[in-house]
Design a protein around this ligand. Structure first.
Ligand SMILES: Cc1cc2nc3c(=O)[nH]c(=O)nc-3n(C[C@H](O)[C@H](O)[C@H](O)COP(=O)(O)O)c2cc1C
Length: 208
């Protein structure tokens, strides 16, 4: 299936084949595609907890309004945004500096800019973490579809409960859950969308 077909055919899957699992190697490969996503300054402030263990899935379900697909999917990711992702920027940029692709002064400038932009503005750091992690989640969904897998993004969970159950430090915002596995029969068909003219304006906003 090509990318445009995937975009048109993807659905949020509710029913997963409970008999099929994914190996750690397969999960790692899928996440490697997610890490190709864009992020401000290339900070890459997405993180993932892959919940595959049946007991851990039950704990996640219990803090996610009992949504059964968490248990049924081969893996449910807790997609996190790192509020302090910028602290790794110097190390992230170093290979580009070493390869002569970026002057050291530019790298130092970016590190300084991000330290002041995100370090002194928690709301901005949070917005950025959520933006980046959402891109990564979408890339992960497209990669999964390309491999014949199905996904479901979910915001129906108690963030504090998820943090507690999975020992997630405060620097990480739980952005969404993402179920991923093999679809079972009985899912909803593709849902209709608003027309392009209902969501698009050229050159100036309007009341849509
Ligand atoms: C941020 C976000 C949160 C969502 N949370 C849930 C959820 O908690 N439970 C659920 O069943 N579906 C959830 N969904 C799935 C939406 O209901 C679904 O994407 C929407 O109805 C459009 O359907 P489609 O994805 O099949 O095209 C969520 C989707 C997004 C993008």
């Amino acid at each position: 299936m090509d990318t445009l077909e995937i975009i048109k055919k993807r659905i949020s899957t509710n029913k997963f084949d409970t008999t099929r699992t994914l190996s750690e190697a397969e999960i790692k490969e899928l996440v490697s595609y997610a890490t190709e996503s864009p992020s401000a300054y290339n900070i890459q402030n997405w993180r993932f907890v892959a919940v595959t263990d049946p007991e851990a899935k039950e704990r996640l379900k219990a803090v996610s309004y009992g949504q059964q697909k968490i248990v049924d999917a081969a893996v449910t990711f807790v997609v996190l945004g790192d509020l302090r992702g910028h602290e790794k920027l110097s190390a992230i940029l170093q290979p580009m500096v070493d390869a002569g692709l970026m002057p050291q002064a530019m790298a130092d400038g970016w590190v300084g800019q991000t330290a002041s932009a995100y370090g002194s503005n928690e709301q901005f750091a949070r917005d950025e973490a959520i933006r980046s992690a959402a891109f990564a989640a979408m890339t992960l969904m497209i990669a999964a579809e390309a491999k014949g897998l199905a996904t479901g993004p979910m915001i129906g969970f108690d963030p504090e409960g998820v943090k507690r159950e999975f020992d997630i430090p405060d620097r990480y915002v739980p952005v969404m859950l993402l179920t991923l596995g093999y679809a079972a029969p009985g899912n909803w068909p593709r849902k209709p969308r608003l027309g392009v003219d209902e969501v698009l304006a050229f050159n100036k906003c309007r009341e849509f």
